[in-house]
Design a protein around this ligand. Structure first.
Ligand code: CP3
Length: 344
């Protein structure tokens, strides 16, 4: 099958599908027993991401089990700060821990020079996955958006109020802009390298877009993302880009327009059809089953999957979650969702 025949890419390039293509954020990961077994082969999570033989296998595991329409490259958004020279550690049960960046001196100690070389193994993973994927499945490359990556770099950890970076963005706009600039530059080059290696679409994860103060949304989210999209499209004009500004709420339509993305990921707080109305027919939408409903399963999940698919008939729509699969999710619930989306 040529690239244009893949259902996932067809929807991104402009045509609605009778049966929506599907993949799930965090479809590879700890909810799968085969992932947990593979994970024991690496010293730590960064080592795991940078060993192509392990990362290729992790990328393919959910495709083998469920036959999704797209595979997502197995890597992590925090490989960029790692490759810039910031200390990043993944602590079991505690999430990522970084030595926080709080000053111009801290930023000056980081460098983007070695990023392409240090992240070259990720491109080897892309090549390995492309060689092994079934012909109807597409490969998605990805990176974190500058704001979300910067929240981890400045806070030193995830999932907080992100008070330190918000204070920096308000009170030291020059330092904040310099940090965004470094991340735009490194991220654009990294995504272009993934495309050169064979990624067929790219997703930009802005997981913490919902914590940006409204007046700073363009400086933190749409501006940096637009620059990355422009740089990628200058080299690969036909390569679809999906933006996921999680919890962006009222900013979603403006985000789609200002960034030039081909599709938006819709979080579980939003309404999928309302989001599609807001962005208009020139932008595809991807989402948005609540990961907690996937965890629960049962008749409520069945009904909601059916409702979403029916509500999106005739539109450019990719079935996904509103955020990632959580580790306690029973693998059978994922199988059931795949069956339902495909008409079971
Ligand atoms: O299947 C896939 O989605 C592919 C791989 C992927 C991972 N992380 C693997 C991973 C992707 C696309 C990501 C993106 C990512 N990483 C995001 C954006 C998407 C989102 O979920 O919001 C963010 C914010 C991160 C940062 C990150 N990485 C955190 C906060 C954590 C720890 C939290 C946790 O779940 O423990 C990670 C670790 C991580 N990334 C794991 C996996 C499978 C678990 C670590 C392990 O297996 O040891």
């Amino acid at each position: 099958m040529d690239a244009t025949g893949k259902p996932f890419l067809k929807v991104l390039r402009g045509a609605p599908a009778a049966v929506p293509p599907l993949w799930l954020m965090r479809q590879a990961g700890r909810y799968l027993p085969e992932y947990r077994a593979l994970r024991t082969q690496a010293r730590d999570f960064i080592d795991f991401c940078l060993r192509p033989e392990l990362a290729v296998e992790a990328t393919l595991q959910p495709i083998r089990r469920y036959g999704m329409d797209a595979a997502i490259l197995f890597a992590d958004i925090l490989l960029i700060p790692h490759a810039m020279g910031q200390s990043v550690r993944f602590v079991e049960g505690d999430g990522p821990q970084l030595v926080p960046l709080r000053s111009a001196e801290d930023l000056a100690r980081l460098s983007t020079d070695a990023v392409p070389e240090l992240l070259a193994p990720v491109c080897d993973t892309v090549r390995g996955v492309r060689a092994a994927l079934p012909p109807e499945a597409a490969l998605i490359g990805f990176a974190g958006a500058p704001w979300t990556v910067a929240t981890y770099m400045v806070e030193g950890k995830g999932g907080t109020e992100q008070g330190n970076i918000r204070r920096m963005a308000w009170s030291n706009p020059a330092l904040f802009a310099a940090l965004m600039d470094r991340l735009v530059e490194a991220t654009a080059a990294y995504l272009i390298a993934q495309a050169e290696a064979g990624a067929e679409a790219l997703q930009i994860f802005d997981t913490w877009a919902g914590n940006v103060p409204g007046p700073l949304f363009d400086a933190a989210v749409t501006g940096p993302t637009a620059r990355i999209v422009r740089a990628v499209k200058a080299k690969f004009p036909a390569l679809p880009v999906i933006g996921f500004p999680r919890a962006a709420g009222v900013h979603l339509a403006r985000y789609a327009k200002a960034t030039g993305v081909d599709a938006v990921g819709v979080d579980h707080m939003n309404d999928i059809r309302g989001a599609s109305d807001a962005v208009g027919p020139s932008v595809a939408v991807q989402g948005n089953l609540d990961p907690m409903l996937l965890l629960e399963g049962g008749p409520a999940m069945d009904a909601e999957v059916r409702r979403q698919v029916a509500a999106m008939q005739g539109r450019r729509y990719i079935f996904n979650l509103g955020h990632g699969v959580t580790p306690p999710t029973p693998p059978d619930h994922v199988a059931r969702v795949v069956e339902l989306v495909r008409g079971g």
